[in-house]
Structures are given as structure tokens and as C-alpha cells.
Design a protein around this ligand. Structure first.
Ligand code: GLY
Length: 314
């Protein structure tokens, strides 16, 4: 069985891209697929998804890792989760600060503790103990600082915080969460998702990305899924678990992700979600109710195709 891996860099409007940014996004997606395929060549599905997401976190181009957005008080609090379809175990961190690669920390929670989810200071403490901590300054740059000031001004002028932060997230297409799904040569699947959440979220807010069944799900013999979009709606719909249940009952992967996304659209409207999935035979599918979803995939040692808009994919 040839390994297959797919990644996403979030569903959204997809925000207005500056000169050269489209190329940088495509390169980061391809680099992530390449890194994941390299990892799975000598390892398993979990190695693949963690490495792919790590590359996307480090790129700074997405809302994850060093690219993560700021909370209302200017903090950078990240969520990430990973699931191993072979063991059925998951590991996750929530609202964690000062960790360069939250997905690597999530994996260690899965493999080195009996817990599933560690939040806040407890997660940061583990990161320090395991040598995964990074200086807080790593997460700030001029571009993000300016956007933060602009958004705060807009929020104050429009009087929209706190009640409308999700409406604004929908309208601006701010879901650059990253994720990966993979199948290895032994037929094992895995899923991973990582995010900085939404701009101007309240401190301590946790989205869907570290929650199994919401932001990700992996189950051998069924498939693996990674979601992106407005966390609160995803938490209330469990699309990753929903799509897995559909595949389990015989639904094709493309129909399963379509139906899971349709369910979210029905309940919460458009511009709310994107879902990436792989089945146990290596078929992949992505569905989104937004204008775009950055995504790419590869098989064996070959990076196949990256896309952002509604073009045919894979
Ligand atoms: N889907 C990412 C978040 O809302 O936190």
C-alpha cells in the first residue's frame, strides 16, 4: 500500500493575497506534503501528519504556530490535536502559550501521558519540561501587530465585541487553521490539526482543533479527518466524527465530507467550515462552504496537487 497524505491551510474567503503570497502559500503546502511523505517513508501515519503540520506551523503563513493570531488582550494562545487511528488514542493541547510547535507537544501528550487534553499553563509547563518552549517574542511581528490594532479599532467603532467576534471571523474569512490526514503503508490512518484560533477571541477560549470528533478524528478501517473554520460551530456539530460515521456505514469519502459540511451549513450558515478526509484505501476529499480552502496532497514520494479555490481536486 502506497502512503497517501493530504494537508490543508484553512478554509475561508481565502483572504486577499498580497503580491507573491499565493506562491508562498502553495510552496508551504507542497513543503508540508513533501515533509509528511518523507516522514511516512520511514515511519507511520502519525509521523506523517505531525511532520506536515509542523512544517505549516513553522511557515508563519497560516494561523498556527508562529503565524497564530492574537487574542483580545494581545496574547497568542494555540490549540492542537492529533489522533492515531491504529490505537484510537488522541493527544491535544489547548490555549497554550510559548510553544513553537503545539502539534509536537500534542503528540507527546498522546504518547507520554494517559491524558487526552492538557490546557493553558499545564501544557506550557510540559513544553518547558520537554524542551519545546519558545520565547513569546517569536509569535509577534509588525504585520500581525498592525492588523491587531486595526481590528481593535474597528471593534470599538462598530461596537461588535464580544458578541460578534464570530460573525466578523466569518465575514473576514479568518480560518487559516492547518491540518493533515494520512494513510501509511500498513493501512494505519492519522489526523492532526493546529490553530491560533480567531482574532480577538477572549483569553482562554478553546476552539474545535484540540477536540477529537470536532477538529479531527482517525480510525483504522474507516479514515481520518481534519476540520477548519469557526470553532464554536464545529464544536457544536462534530463534523470529523460525523464524516467518519458516514464512511463506516458505507458512504464514499467525498459524499461523507460533503454531508458533514452540509450539516454545518444547515445549522450555522455558509462561510463556517472546511473538512479534509482520507479513507482507509487512500481516497481523499475536501469540502468547504467558504470561497476557498488551501490544500495539497501527495502519494508515495510524489507531491501531487495544491489548490485554493473551487477547482477540481484532488
Ligand atoms: N477552527 C479553529 C478555531 O476556531 O479555533
Amino acid at each position: 500500500m502506497e502512503p497517501v497524505l493530504a494537508v490543508h491551510g484553512g478554509a475561508g474567503r481565502w483572504r486577499r493575497l498580497e503580491e507573491g503570497e499565493r506562491e508562498r502559500v502553495f510552496k508551504a503546502l507542497r513543503d508540508a506534503v513533501e515533509g509528511g511523505l518523507r516522514a511516512v517513508a520511514s515511519g507511520g501515519a502519525v509521523d506523517a501528519v505531525v511532520e506536515a503540520v509542523r512544517v505549516l506551523e513553522d511557515s508563519g503563513l497560516f494561523d498556527a504556530g508562529v503565524g497564530s493570531v492574537y487574542s483580545i488582550s494581545g496574547r497568542v494562545q494555540m490549540d492542537a490535536g492529533v489522533m492515531d487511528g491504529k490505537t484510537g488514542r488522541a493527544g491535544a493541547v489547548a490555549a497554550v502559550e510559548g510553544v513553537r510547535n503545539p502539534i509536537v507537544l500534542a503528540r507527546r501528550v498522546m504518547e507520554e501521558t494517559e491524558h487526552v487534553l492538557i490546557a493553558g499553563e499545564g501544557a506550557a509547563e510540559l513544553a518547558r519540561a520537554w524542551g519545546l518552549a519558545a520565547p513569546l517574542t517569536l509569535f509577534y511581528n509588525d504585520g500581525k501587530n498592525k492588523r491587531f490594532e486595526d481590528m481593535k479599532r474597528e471593534a470599538a467603532a462598530g461596537g461588535w465585541h464580544y458578541k460578534k467576534v464570530l460573525e466578523v471571523a466569518k465575514a473576514l474569512g479568518l480560518g487559516d487553521t492547518v491540518g493533515a490526514v494520512a494513510l501509511d503503508r500498513d493501512g494505519n490512518v492519522a489526523a492532526a490539526t493546529s490553530t491560533g484560533g480567531v482574532w480577538l477571541k477572549l483569553d482562554g477560549r478553546v476552539g474545535d482543533s484540540p477536540i477529537p470528533g470536532a477538529g479531527y478524528w482517525a480510525e483504522n478501517g474507516v479514515g481520518a479527518f481534519s476540520a477548519t473554520g469557526v470553532g464554536e460551530y464545529i464544536l457544536l456539530s462534530l463534523p470529523s466524527f460525523r464524516a467518519a460515521q458516514l464512511v463506516k456505514s458505507g458512504t464514499a469519502i467525498d459524499v461523507a465530507v460533503r454531508e458533514a459540511v452540509a450539516y454545518v451549513t444547515e445549522r450555522f450558515g455558509p462561510d463556517t467550515i472546511g473538512l479534509l478526509g482520507i479513507d482507509s484505501r487512500g481516497n481523499i476529499a475536501a469540502e468547504f462552504n467558504t470561497a476557498g480552502m488551501a490544500r495539497a496532497w501527495g502519494r508515495g514520494r510524489e507531491v501531487k496537487r495544491a489548490a485554493i479555490g473551487g477547482e477540481d481536486w484532488p
